[in-house]
Design a protein. Structure first.
Length: 79
């Protein structure tokens, strides 16, 4: 009975030569230009969260201050 030759062990990230590793810039470009639907969904969620935070930061404190009199309303229709 002949057994097949054992396959070489999988290389860990620490064992790979530096020349074979991806630079961070290339990894970002590869992630941004992907057609994988799971990565696109992750990018979509991250982008929506960033814009949500930017909008919340630009709105100011919450809850907004209530005017003490009707004449303080800035959007009065009776002008």
């Amino acid at each position: 009975m002949v057994l097949p030759a054992p396959s070489p062990p999988a290389a860990s990230p620490q064992a790979t030569p530096l020349a074979q590793r991806r630079s961070p810039g290339r990894a970002v470009v590869a992630y941004m230009t992907t057609t994988d639907h799971k990565k696109i969904g992750t990018l979509y969620l991250a982008t929506s969260f960033v814009f949500f935070c930017a909008t919340a930061a630009s709105r100011g404190p919450w809850p907004p201050r209530r005017p003490s009199s009707p004449w303080e309303w800035s959007g009065s229709a009776s002008r």
